[in-house]
Ligand binder design. Structure first.
Ligand code: MMA
Ligand code: CA
Length: 257
């Protein structure tokens, strides 16, 4: 009996101890469980937030992608248009340059043609005027033969009044032309400024001359300072004679043609 009681007491104590231990373990586990519950609900909440955030980002990404596609297409189309426009511009620029050069050359030609036309018009006017007054044309000049006789100086004045000069004979052909009229004519040659120094009335010195043999001679000491075509049947047709003599005369107007 005694022994049995002892063992029951011990068993009770042991069980009491176990109970204590169990109770404290239960308390600890309960605390841990509560803490885990809180943690869990916090995690769930965070997960929800992240999910909705993810969905939002996904929507924005989609929209951005489709906008990007549209913009890329637009950019490519603009690039093509730009290339076309660039080519057109290049073509137009080269055309423009060509046409400008053509215009420039045409303008130059036109200016030249206008000048030529004006020159021809002026010459034509001169030709018409002298032809009407029955002047004779020969090798670039018009010639007039007087119908009256005057001194050398008065003959010269008459030519000046007609816008011409007493004839200046430059060569054999012109001398032959003057001789053909078969007249003793004053020509624009004299040595009245300096004896022996024969000059044409425009101031040029005498180079090619057609004096008759023995002329000029200041015949028997007379002052023969002016030239005439006394010997017109000969190539060397000129004679010096007194300037106050009365002669027919010949005027010459250079045309520049
Ligand atoms: C004229 C006169 C002169 C000329 C002689 C030549 C008589 O004078 O024309 O100038 O030299 O003839 O005989
Ligand atoms: Ca003479």
């Amino acid at each position: 009996m005694e022994a049995k009681s002892k063992s029951l007491t011990a068993e009770r104590d042991e069980m009491m101890g176990s109970l204590k231990t169990c109770t404290s373990q239960k308390t600890a586990l309960s605390t841990e469980r509560d803490s885990l519950k809180r943690t869990n609900s916090a995690i769930e909440e965070k997960s929800k937030r992240l999910t909705s955030e993810k969905e939002d980002l996904s929507r924005r990404l989609n929209s951005c992608t489709s906008q990007k596609t549209a913009l890329t297409a637009e950019r490519d189309s603009l690039k093509r248009t730009n290339t076309d426009t660039q080519e057109k511009l290049t073509r137009l620029q080269s055309e423009f340059t060509k046409q400008r050069a053509e215009l420039h050359s045409n303008t130059l030609q036109l200016t030249g043609l206008r000048r030529e036309r004006d020159e021809l018009q002026t010459k034509l006017t001169v030709f018409e005027r002298y032809s009407k007054q029955s002047w004779t044309y020969f090798s670039g000049s018009f010639y007039y033969i007087s119908t009256t006789k005057k001194s050398w100086r008065d003959s010269q004045y008459d030519c000046w009044g007609k816008g011409a000069d007493l004839v200046i004979i430059d060569n054999k052909e012109e001398n032959a032309f003057v001789r053909k009229f078969q007249k003793k004519l004053w020509i624009g040659l004299s040595d009245r400024l300096r004896e022996g120094s024969w000059i044409w009335q425009d101031g040029t010195p005498l180079r090619t001359s057609f004096w008759y043999p023995g002329e000029p001679n200041n015949f028997r000491g007379t002052e023969e300072d002016c030239a005439e075509t006394k010997y017109y049947d000969y190539e060397n047709s000129w004679n010096d004679v007194e300037c106050t003599n009365a002669n027919f005369w010949m005027c010459e107007k250079k045309t520049g043609v």
